[in-house]
Design a protein around this ligand. Structure first.
Ligand code: ADP
Ligand code: MG
Length: 240
């Protein structure tokens, strides 16, 4: 589903992603961890072409991010993204926020979009909050609306960039639970997070990035139980 082929990303003379060789298959849940500034967000942003890659290639569902503008539009439709800040439209209700994608990106009618959005809000446990505005929702509820909004475009994969980092600890679980459900249903996911228990429980794979290098790539339970390097051990001590 995602193939990095000697991919690099440079900002000016700063090499932020060193040549990255990595394939993530359909249905995998790849959890990406690493210190601040190690290139985790950049890696995600390259996948849905919010950033352009510098060298090599990157293919999403076999479409190259170096392709035509039509290819890039297809990749963006296939890769749903959830950010640390929920970025909901403040003047739209939860339902209207989720309806936006189906109408704009998939050309659905209002009635169809309404049906899709209502079903997804129910799925994320917000059936009773559909006509609330973002300001009337808790952070955890807003993030669940953001997940529903991304799903409404019918993506083939979901990218999460620290989806619980802006939330109070007591609100994180409700978001992680929705993500776990998606994973169990077989969604391909790349999740940047500091939630090691989620990585252990839900991840099929753990990727440790440090200074733009992919240092470890393996089974989450094995890597977390027996950290294979001092860098990774130090990192784990800082997140715990
Ligand atoms: P992480 O998400 O792991 O904290 P990022 O991917 O955000 O790391 O950033 C990796 C490096 O790239 C950092 O050194 C950051 O300062 C730099 N960087 C990120 N975005 C930009 C940008 N738009 N312009 C210049 N440098 C950037
Ligand atoms: Mg980041």
């Amino acid at each position: 589903m995602i193939e990095f082929k000697q991919t690099t990303k440079r900002f000016g003379s700063h090499l932020v992603l060193h040549p990255l060789e990595l394939a993530i298959g359909s249905g995998e849940v790849a959890v990406v961890v690493g210190p601040s500034g190690s290139g985790k967000s950049t890696m995600l942003r390259c996948i849905n072409v919010l950033e352009t890659i510098s060298d090599g290639d990157l293919r999403v569902d076999n479409i190259s991010v170096r392709g035509s503008s039509r290819d890039i539009r297809r990749i963006r439709l296939e890769a749903g993204m959830v950010f640390q800040q929920f970025n909901l439209f403040p003047h739209l209700t939860a339902l209207e926020n989720v309806m936006f994608g189906p109408i704009r990106a998939r050309g659905r009618s209002r009635a169809e979009a309404c049906e899709i959005a209502a079903a997804l809000l129910e799925k994320v446990g917000l059936a009773e909050r559909m006509s609330h505005y973002p300001s009337q929702l808790s952070g955890g509820q807003q993030q669940r609306v953001a997940i529903a909004r991304a799903l409404a475009v019918e993506p083939k994969l979901m990218l999460f960039d620290e989806p619980t980092s802006a939330l109070d600890p007591e609100l994180r679980q409700e978001v992680l639970k929705v993500m776990q459900t998606l994973a169990v249903e077989g969604m391909t996911m790349v999740v940047v997070t500091h939630e090691m228990s989620f990585a252990r429980r839900v991840g099929s794979r753990l990727l440790f990035l440090d200074k733009g290098h992919l240092v470890h790539d393996g089974n989450p339970v094995e890597l977390l139980s027996a950290p294979p390097s001092d860098r990774f051990r130090d990192f784990l001590q800082h997140v715990h």
